[in-house]
Design a protein around this ligand. Structure first.
Ligand SMILES: C[S@@+](CC[C@H](N)C(=O)[O-])C[C@H]1O[C@@H](n2cnc3c(N)ncnc32)[C@H](O)[C@@H]1O
Length: 284
């Protein structure tokens, strides 16, 4: 492990396979044959910071009992967090103007004033906060609903960012200025300005770390809405298939599942759901 500054680092197929296996076991993220360069570009900076000369040394370090922090750091690095406020606008329009109204009408007819929503790969918070804003825009601040909005992600780093609720002006540029004025405060720190999501929205969302592949997905209540968008890409087919079933099981009858724009349910699982277009499904 002595550093002789042996850069650029080499990354053998054997080392790639061993790391891919470890990442798969710990996160469910699948690194197939074509993603070796991508993995190297993500992990090289970590090896440099640790002053390591080879991926073999890195693997040995990760195998130590005391390496939980390093494993968490590696998983943070390989789980791409790209996201946007109100990403896939047509889905948000459908959520607010169609699905939400229908669920509300159905619940009222059963004297039930509770909404349960799960945003499963919530990344740095833009998606769950967009959901919370849509809910408030539809229901108003002083509504009689009990709203449970759970936001989960694998990456502890993304969850910390999400919890802070602070965003650069670049990150909010696609939001309607009326919404920005209503739900964000402009703040200044050391000559930098940023936008902070208002407490009244923040308090709707509870953030939690959860691994969609390796954690048990047991919840007390069924969800009316599940957002599981742009995360299937990380998983091998068998993991995705098993996850789909768990999501369907976690959804209430008549509840809605939102997938990423280019994602769909596998044919075997489609029979439990009605496809409404735009990668939105309703549980039969
Ligand atoms: C590309 S982002 C998508 C964010 C958001 N859902 C959206 O559509 O804008 C993918 C997110 O999935 C998370 N992720 C990857 N593997 C995961 C797993 N096994 N369990 C939970 N989250 C995972 C990553 O940490 C990342 O935040």
């Amino acid at each position: 492990m002595n550093n002789t500054n042996n850069y650029p680092l080499t990354f053998s197929d054997k080392e790639y396979k061993a790391l891919a296996e470890l990442i798969f076991i710990r996160s469910g993220i699948h690194f197939g044959d074509s993603r070796k360069d991508l993995l190297k570009s993500r992990l090289d900076p970590i090896l440099r910071r640790l002053n390591l000369n080879s991926y073999d040394d890195y693997l040995n370090l990760l195998k130590l009992n005391t390496s939980e922090y390093l494993i968490g750091e590696m998983i943070n690095e390989v789980s791409t967090s790209h996201t946007l406020f109100f990403r896939h606008k047509k889905q948000f329009d459908f959520f607010r103007k169609d699905a939400l109204k229908k669920i509300i009408a159905s619940k009222i007819s059963f004297n039930n004033q509770e909404l349960n929503i799960w945003c499963t790969a919530s990344s740095t918070g833009e998606e769950p906060y967009s959901i919370a804003i849509s809910l408030i825009e539809e229901l108003g601040f002083n509504n009689n609903w009990s709203i449970n909005l759970l936001a989960t992600d694998l990456s502890t780093k993304s969850i910390e960012t999400a919890k802070s609720g602070n965003y650069h002006s670049e990150q909010i540029k696609n939001i309607d200025p009326i919404i920005i004025n209503k739900y964000f405060d402009k703040k200044y720190e050391l000559n930098n300005s940023f936008y902070s999501i208002k407490e009244i929205i923040k308090c709707f969302v509870s953030f939690k770390r959860l691994n969609l592949i390796t954690d048990k997905l047991d919840f007390e209540k069924k969800f009316d809405f599940i957002f599981c968008r742009n995360v299937f890409i990380y998983f091998a087919y068998s993991e995705q298939h098993a996850l789909e079933l768990k999501l369907i099981n976690a959804l209430d009858k008549g509840g809605y599942l939102f997938l990423g724009g280019s994602e769909s349910l596998s044919i075997e699982n489609s029979c439990f759901m009605k496809h409404l277009g735009q990668s939105i499904y309703q549980k039969l």
